[in-house]
Design a protein around this ligand. Sequence first.
Ligand code: FAD
Length: 775
Amino acid sequence: MVTDVTASKFDVTSGYSWHGGVQSADSPLCYEGVSFAADRLLSVQVCCMPCEAKPRFVVVYGSQKGQAQSIAEGIAEEAEEHGLAADLSCLDQNEKYNLEKESAPVVFIVSTTGDGEPPDNTLQFVKRIKKKALPPDHYKHLCYALLALGDTNYANFCNCGKTIERRLRELGAKQFYPTGYADDGSGLEVVVDPWLEGLWSAITEALSKMASDKTPDLKENAENPATEIPDVQLNLLSLTDQQSCDPVSPSRSTDSKYASPPAIRDLRPASSSGGAGLASQRPSSVAAPKTQTCNDAELAASLTFSLPPLSESSLNVPALPPPFLDVTFQDVDSVEQTVGPLNRETLFEVPVSKAVQLSRGDSVKTALLLELDISAYPTMTYQPGDSFDVFCPNRADEVDNMLRRLDLQDQKNHHVLITLRKDTKKKGAQLPSHIPQSVSLLFLLTWCLEIRSVPKKAFLRALVEHTADGAQRRRLQELCSKQGAADYNLYVRDPSLGVPELLAAFPSCSPPLSLLIEHLPKLQPRPYSAASSRLKHPGKLRFVFNAVELPACPGRPAGRRGLCTGWLFDLINPCLVFPGKLESSGGPFLPKIPVSLRPNCSFRPPPDPSVPFIMVGPGTGVAPFIGFLQQREEERKEKPEAMFGETWLFFGCRHRDKDYLFREELEDFVSGGALTHLRVCFSRDDRKDEEAVSSAAQPRYVQHNLLLHSQQVIDILFRQNGSVYICGDAKNMAKDVNETLVEIIKSELHVDQLDAMKKLAQLREEKRYLQDIWA
Ligand code: FAD
């Protein structure tokens, strides 16, 4: 039976009108073919079928920042539309799933964090499946599909997903759909979207195979799948990459997760030639980007405006994420005094004992050194190469703005009570674990939520429901639509546009607090590498950072400072010592900051001091190597008779006189013997014409200097069993150095590109090619 239903207005409060269906108590319905205009549900074609038990499958996820979780939740929510039922669990919820006995297909969505580590909530699962005692048929009954999320800017791309997949295979599990490897560096959706589109037919096929054959050989089928997904480009090859990334190609688009609203023309220019009329047609409530002139605005698309064809296009927008939280406020008698993050058991509130600006005032980047006094915490031990987390709050002015925007200033000291909506349609809905009960609203916005996070498309989709102005609503729809993917990347993702900036650009959008709690991830601590050795500075921990400045862009006319580095800078500014001035002796006015250790067990100097090693650390990437060399200096003093291998440091910065960090200390390391070879280059210093002819004659970047010392690099790595350490910028430097090392291996060892990459991957496997890099 097909029923045609015409509805009138959106139900903004329920939030279900876009992707919803029509249901009567006695006749559950499935539905399809929902079409929409901007604020009108045009028609719903409904097909009825009797209520019956749906075939089930399992979705498990491991997520650090919520991306994998939200994809997993999306799958669980969409299952019903495909006539399926999904059981959703986080991998740390052992009580909710049982892979040892699971007979339904299992879909894994797992991200990777840090230097290829599993997310916190996946650590125990990985530990369990890695147990050597497990027999090779442990998961013989299991058939699975896996989507791995990672970032090719970092080493060990998708390492957690690959580890889980390798163990599943080793333990006899069968893959029913090729694994997707999504790269956050180039946009997760490039792989995630087609992977999800192909998933449904793969699950259905797996289920029917399992029904017809109790012991299906799905692996064979999966190697030649009916549904295909695109190959994933890997920038950093490792042995595991080669083993597990089978080529896969694009799927037929079924578009099952999208509803298609037709274009809305009433508030937009009528045609591509109608640009001249745009300014006059712009509704007054839409904020014009302040960085554009009026003429520019007429011609150029921006965060808040689009041009044809997008502005005239029909849109495929994601399904509306079902709301799942209720928030109430409780008035309290006394105002809470909590001034720091909650997880105090694992935190140390340590005083800053020194703050020095390392770069000159006219340098492009401001580099600062902070010394923390950890002498009161004997358990806070660290080794050179370790990093630690700094917990910083959201900015008070941004929290105030948010309170104003939510119209909740008067409730800021009230306790926030969060409960699950009884009627929620969200599968596996849970209270967010990073939101403690009974904290004030002010505390919640200050310490718990990353309010500056870049809104995901699902969040944009949800915001549409709370936006009054038609043009703004349409633009939000565009930004989360399939057709607007390029605009989303250009105006939201690439400039790291935060939620406060988005709300400022869309003034008629007034989301409820519950929506922010549903969509904003946990406020993450920021890691920093230790730039000292405890042997040289007992009771002290030093680190170095650049004060991050995000440039102006449409939606962020004044630019923005990094959250943590901006906070640290303001905190220590009054006691900052400048280059060439007397150092501060520390004092009662120096602030305290909350930190916790996060040991890095592999980024350590070689345990055998006679082994030579190479360090590549331009800019603040030199930080851990200062710790390495201080340690070496002290060890040499302690054991003057011992054999110490050669040490090489490749450092680079813009200008010799402005940002040559630790210049004196590095030169002292050389004269004292802890550093055998210091090779420094300056990328922006004027050079004499004859020197500028070739970068080989006058190296500009660290990789040029490495090339100049190709023979020594090969000798250390391939003849003396030495190591190479890279630290610093993941986006450009680490990739350039990686490519240069491949070139060096090719030319010095006379091997082709593939063999050179394999040799480098082998070094990585042996933990002799180590990276501590950040974007
Ligand atoms: P945030 O507010 O978090 O903003 C940074 C974000 O802005 C990033 O997501 C980035 O993608 C984005 N962004 C930055 N520039 C731009 C731009 N031009 N356009 C658009 N978006 C942009 N940092 C150090 O300085 N020293 C260290 O020793 C150090 N060690 C680290 C060790 C590890 C293991 C890791 C993972 C990171 C390390 N970092 C280090 C990085 C550090 O943790 C922070 O990420 C950095 O200081 C920025 O933090 P923030 O809160 O100030 O910036």
